[in-house]
Each structure stands twice: as C-alpha cells, then as structure tokens.
Write a protein that binds this ligand. Structure first.
Ligand code: SF4
Length: 488
C-alpha cells in the first residue's frame, strides 16, 4: 500500500488515520502531486492553495475498489485543512473497509483534555459535542464517555492547589519480560548487579529533589512508585527507597501514595508490610487476565491463583484503594475469556479497575513470530467491560489513548465513587507538576497561570542512569530554573 501526499507536513495526522483502518499493513510514504500512473492499493491526499481558497482532494483504491472526496475551503488555516483532509480520508477508507473507528479522526492521546480546552475557549457542551461529531467524526458512545470522564474530573481538578507537585519514582525492573511489553523495564535476573547502585543513586536523586523542591517552595501532594514492577526488588531496597522519600519531603499533606505492585509473583507479606508501613495506601495488583493460558502466552510467569492470593493478602493489610489492571486484546485471548476476566475482577470489587487495550505495535511485534492474530475483538471487549462496570457502580475517571491501539480503542481508569486516583488524573490532564526520579522517568513542569509546560527526561536505562548520574543531577537544576531559582 502506498500513501501519497502532496506535502510531507500532512504526514503525521494522515498516517495515523490510515493505520486506524489498516493496522497490520506496512505502507510506503511518497510525495507526489498526482496519483496518475500509480498501481495497486493507494491513498492519495492533495492540498492545493489557490488565492484565498484551498482545494482538498482524497483518492483511495483498495483491492480495485475506489472512493474519493473533494472540497474547497475558504481558509489557509493549516490545522483546519488537515482536519478536513483527515475526515475525507476517514470516510473513503470507511467506505472501502466497512470499518468505523469510534474515535473518528481524534488521534491525540488525551481526548478529555481536548474537551476541557474547548470548554475553556468558551464553547458550550452542545457546541463541543457537535464539533466532536461533525469535524472529528467521533461516535456518540465515545463522546459520552469522554464527557463522563470530564464530569468526574471536575472536582478532582478543582481541588488542585497550584503550589503543589507530585512525585514519580521509577523502579524499572521486572521478574521477567511480558511478551507485549514496550517499557524500558529490565529483568531482575539480567540486571541483578545493577540494582544496589541503582537504589543508592535513586535515593541520592530523591534527597537532592527534596532539597530542591523545598527551595522552590512547593508542597508534595501525591506520590507514585511505578515501574517496571517496584516489588520485583528486595524488600530491603524498597524499604530504603520509601524511607528516603519520607525523610526528604514533608509528607504531612500528601493526599495519595501509590505503589504499583504489578505482578502477583512479586507480592509477599514482607513487601506489603514495607509498603504499608512506608505510608502508601493505594496499591496496584495487576492480573491483566484471569486466564492461565493467556498469562502463559504473554510470558507473565504467574498464575491466576497467585493473583487472587496476592489480592487477598493486600486486602488483609487494609489498603484504602486496590487497583487492578486488565488488558483487552491480549495474544490468544478471546471475547468469552475476556468476559470472564471482567466478571471475575468485578466480583472482587476493587476500588479501581483500569481497562487497557493492547497496542497494535506491540501485537504486531508478537505477530512477527506468528503467535498473534490481529483480529482480536477489542471493540466488543471494551464495550462489554464499559457496560458491566457502569452497572456495577464504577465511574470512568481518566482516559487516554496510545498510538496504534487495537480497533482504535483506549485505556480507561474506573473507580468506585470517591476512590479516584488523583495522580492518574493530574498526569493525564497535565495540570500539575510531576517531578520524576529514576531511570526512564520524565519530569513534567507545569505553570498553569503562565501556560508553560516543559519536560525533562532522565536517562532511559539503569546502566546509563548509573553511569551518567552526575549529569542527570545537573539536569535537575532545570526544575529550579523553570520556577525562577538561580542556578547554583
Ligand atoms: S510487568 Fe509491566 S513493565 Fe514489567 S515486563 Fe510486564 S508489561 Fe513490562
């Protein structure tokens, strides 16, 4: 398949639209002003400026079938032209494939943020709905979902104090690598020699950050220890990290403290004790699926029984919130087995349930080994999960999309009323500064009144993090500069 564009600057949006319809196809991108003479499957997109008008044209041919759309707009506004072309392309490919991806041409990862931005620009709910439907071709179902999330977030965002920040601590190690994983996480076994120095550097970075934030005068609001699987490392290391956090920051006004335990095979009484005594009251224990066969297929190396045991153990400790992650569209999973997963998790009544959709990029990697069928029923799975969660009393409270998710779906965090994860909302809506420490972590500096947002990336892998630790600490000074501190 060839994607032929009259101009390369159209590439990003239009490639994303083609991938929505033809996820598993590789395509060649070329620049040309006509599709004449081109053979086989093609999508041709042309934008031509004439005086004050811009003419737009899309022509698609798949398996010998043709669809095209053309129009003229009285504007040179680049983004309006791009949106129109993306809509033409969507409609042509929809005609030829019979598919109708529900988010339409919304390719950004934060649809709720888009709604909030439109509301801030003065649009009424009705105008926003019309724009999402008419311009972005979004389905009523997804529009309702995005509005429901925005509604739940209202109070959470209103409770935000601009003088606060959240802390993210990265522990990028896992007991083994899940076959669909694209994170920087490394297996504990292969990185065993790195862990002592990693933990000691991480503690040094936490201490430095504590002093820096004190100088800046911002107060710690939420803490999130994530990974990887933070519980993959020894209890003593985890304890050292959590102790360093409490000694380096004023914890007296922290509203939420999460540790992602992640995999059931890493959860022990001793580690849960460390987490609880260290002050965390929100914990994640993630089965991803309640099928042993699927767990085996994705290389998670724990059983469903282990998950239930870990979950019960965590319940026994009295954590305020337990979150469980599940994934729609996992290799070898099918609708009935996913249904059993959803029903089984809801029957436990965890305070939070996060429903992810597998990303095609990851699935496609698996597909290279011939292990995976891309025809997973992700849309049907997600619809089932949404319906069951709603009738079971859960509300969607944060939503984000990743590139290349199966059937153009999304990830949604669900919560029982009043049990929403604050950190998840703040990071997704980009409303609060998140100071991140550790390998692979990225700091997000937010100045809402000045409309500024800046990211600072730490070294990605533990090895380079350890090796270039001094440089990384030096980089942390950018946080101070952002908030007006003179460099030391
Ligand atoms: S537990 Fe999560 S981070 Fe670790 S390998 Fe599996 S998917 Fe990746």
């Amino acid at each position: 398949m060839k994607l032929i564009l009259s101009s390369l600057d159209l590439k990003y949006e239009l490639e994303a639209v083609v991938k929505l319809f033809l996820p598993a196809q590789s395509f060649k991108l070329t620049v040309a002003s006509t599709h004449e003479g081109q053979e086989g499957d093609i999508c041709f997109v042309k934008r031509e400026k004439k005086a004050l008008m811009t003419s737009l044209f899309v022509y698609c041919r798949l398996d010998g079938q043709v669809a095209n759309e053309a129009g003229v707009i009285l504007s040179e506004n680049e983004s309006e032209c791009e949106l129109k072309l993306a809509a033409y392309l969507y409609r042509c490919l929809s005609k030829l494939t019979g598919k109708k991806p529900q988010w339409g041409i919304i390719t950004g990862i934060r649809p709720v943020k888009q709604i909030n931005a439109m509301a801030a620009a003065g649009l009424t709910d009705e105008q926003i709905r019309d724009r999402l439907k008419e311009v972005y071709l979004c389905s009523d179902k997804k529009i309702n979902m995005a509005f429901a999330v925005a509604k739940v977030q209202e109070d959470i965002l209103a409770s935000l104090d601009d003088n606060t920040f959240s802390l993210y601590v990265s522990i990028p190690f896992c007991t083994s690598r899940c076959s669909y994983c694209s994170f920087v996480s490394q297996s504990v076994e292969s990185s065993l020699p790195l862990i002592p120095s990693y933990v000691s550097n991480l503690c040094a970075e936490i201490r430095y950050t504590g002093q820096l934030m004190q100088k800046i005068g911002k107060r710690l609001d939420t803490v999130y220890i994530g990974g990887g699987t933070p519980t993959a490392i020894d209890a003593a290391y985890l304890e050292a990290i959590m102790k360093t956090i409490s000694e380096s920051f004023d914890m007296s006004q922290v509203r939420e403290y999460t540790v992602e335990a992640g995999r059931a095979d890493t959860v022990t009484e001793q580690k849960l004790r460390v987490i609880y005594d260290g002050g965390a009251r929100r914990i994640s224990i993630n089965p991803q699926t309640l099928s042993d066969d699927v767990l085996k297929a994705i290389g998670r190396k724990h059983t469903v029984e282990q998950f239930f045991k870990a979950y019960e153990m965590a319940k026994g400790f009295g954590f305020d919130v337990i979150n469980t992650d599940i994934i729609a569209g996992l290799p070898t999973d099918d609708f009935d087995s996913f249904k059993r997963t959803v029903d089984g998790i809801i029957s436990l009544a965890p305070e939070n349930i996060t429903v992810h959709t597998l990303s095609i990029k990851r699935a496609a990697n698996l597909n290279h080994s011939g292990e995976y069928d891309l025809n997973a029923d992700a849309e049907k799975m997600i619809d089932y999960a949404c319906d069951r969660l709603i009738v079971s009393g859960y509300f969607p409270y944060y939503l984000y999309r990743q590139k290349d998710q199966l059937d153009g779906q999304e990830n949604i965090g669900w919560a029982l009323p009043g049990r929403e994860g604050l950190y998840n909302v703040y990071i997704m809506e980009e409303n609060q500064t998140i100071i991140a420490v550790g390998a692979g972590a990225s700091t997000k500096l937010v100045d809402r009144s000045g409309g500024r947002l800046q990211r600072i990336f730490n070294y990605k892998f533990p090895l380079e993090y350890n090796k270039h630790f001094d440089l990384m600490i030096e980089k942390k000074n950018e946080v101070g500069e952002f908030f007006g501190l003179e460099r030391a």
